[in-house]
Design a protein around this ligand. Structure first.
Ligand code: NAP
Ligand code: ZN
Length: 350
């Protein structure tokens, strides 16, 4: 065991503070990574503040962070896929059983044995729960380590490990491509990656935003059209025209309004995970035989596929690079929908 520098919280109301956390020495299958950048996902905020208590209560201290990129500094004797010096990424998962039907079909995110990168029981016993990427280093089973394409700038590549895969997976499953009208709701970390990826897939992309100040940015990021969702006239003009809508909103909002935007048999997939339940009007689904679904990150093979896709299309997140000491301020800005469009923590300043 060794001690690593990290940033974490001691309770749902305490601020982020510097601390040291235990990390295990590499076992046969492990890769030790010096973390260069870690993105700040809104899920980090939900969990640091125990907003998902009914589903996954937070164990403190909590060290969030599941958008990790860095360099391999050590590998276990049985590691064959990575070597010291490789540029790698780690997303939301760090371990699973590899044997259950979910793992075998590449859906590790749904395995009951999967350990998430933070706030999951630590089967190595290094700490009560896993500790995430707001830290100088991490030790991860090689089967959960991803290869980051060389052409991608690293501060912007970090958010691909969650925001990238969480939007890529449902867009791909919906066969998004040329000839499809795709809506992205909420231009934050996930939403802006959704725009870039849906555009690279060839769709006609429309952003729904509550923030008038984001209209120009949405177009620069690749949106063909932008709708201010609080403007009933703009909303009415697009009623019943979307094949697919990806809802990336972090707070309670009216999804019936977006179901109304779908064309016949169109689908709305929720990736946003607000603390409070959303209300669905059955009529919003009945008329037009519409579908409402959800999606959770993506499996490991699919995450590598997404990274390679982003490498090929040269896609990274638009980031504001911050120091670890600025995490508290960044969280307050997330709550005001004021992130352009992902915070990426520079761990070299830890
Ligand atoms: P974010 O960067 O904070 O973006 C959220 C965006 O939602 C905001 O920028 C804002 O966009 C919109 N929004 C916020 N409050 C709103 C409100 N009250 N009404 C309407 N729109 C509102 O968050 P994120 O990191 O992208 O994460 C988004 C959600 O996805 C979070 O709940 C997160 O936990 C969840 N998530 C899920 C998965 C998964 O696997 N399913 C993975 C990662 C994250 P505008 O300013 O454009 O309106
Ligand atoms: Zn995330």
């Amino acid at each position: 065991m060794y001690q690593a520098k990290a940033y974490g919280v001691d309770s749902k109301s305490s601020p982020f503070e510097a601390r040291e956390i235990p990390r295990r020495e590499v076992t046969d299958r492990d890769v030790q990574i010096e973390i260069q950048y870690c993105g700040i996902c809104h899920s980090d905020l939900h969990q640091a503040r125990d907003e998902w208590n009914s589903v996954m209560p937070t164990v403190y201290p909590c060290i969030p962070g599941h958008e990790i990129v860095g360099k391999v500094t050590k590998v276990g004797s049985g590691v064959s896929t990575f070597k010291v010096g490789d540029t790698v990424g780690v997303g939301c998962m760090v371990d699973s059983d590899h044997e259950c039907p979910m793992c075998k079909s590449g859906l590790e995110q749904f395995s009951p044995k999967t350990a998430f990168t933070y706030n999951s029981p630590d089967k190595h016993g290094t700490a009560p729960v896993t500790y995430g990427g707001y830290s100088e280093s991490v030790v991860v089973d090689e089967r959960f380590v991803l290869r980051v394409p060389e052409n991608l700038e690293l501060s912007g590549a970090a958010p691909l490990l969650c925001a990238g895969i969480t939007t890529y997976s449902p867009l791909k499953r919906a066969n998004v491509g040329p000839g499809m009208k795709v809506g992205i709701v909420g231009l934050g970390g996930l939403g802006h990656m959704g725009v870039k990826i849906a555009k690279a897939m060839g769709a006609h992309v429309v952003v729904f935003t509550t923030s008038p100040s984001k209209v120009d940015d949405a177009k620069r990021l690749g949106a063909d059209e932008v709708i201010l969702s609080k403007d009933p006239e703009q909303m009415a003009a697009h009623q019943g025209t979307f094949n697919f809508i990806l809802d990336c909103v972090s707070a309670k909002h009216d999804i019936n309004m977006y179901l109304g935007m779908l064309a016949l048999e169109g689908e709305l997939t929720l990736v946003g995970a607000p603390e409070e339940p959303l209300e669905v009007s059955s009529f919003a689904l009945l008329f037009g035989r519409k579908r409402l679904s959800g999606s959770l990150i993506g499996g490991i093979a699919e995450t590598q596929e997404m990274l390679d896709f982003c490498g090929k299309h040269n896609l990274v997140a638009d980031v504001e690079v911050i120091k670890p000491s600025e995490i508290n301020e960044a969280y307050e800005r997330l709550l005001k929908s004021d992130v352009k469009y992902r915070f990426s923590i520079d761990m070299s300043t830890l």
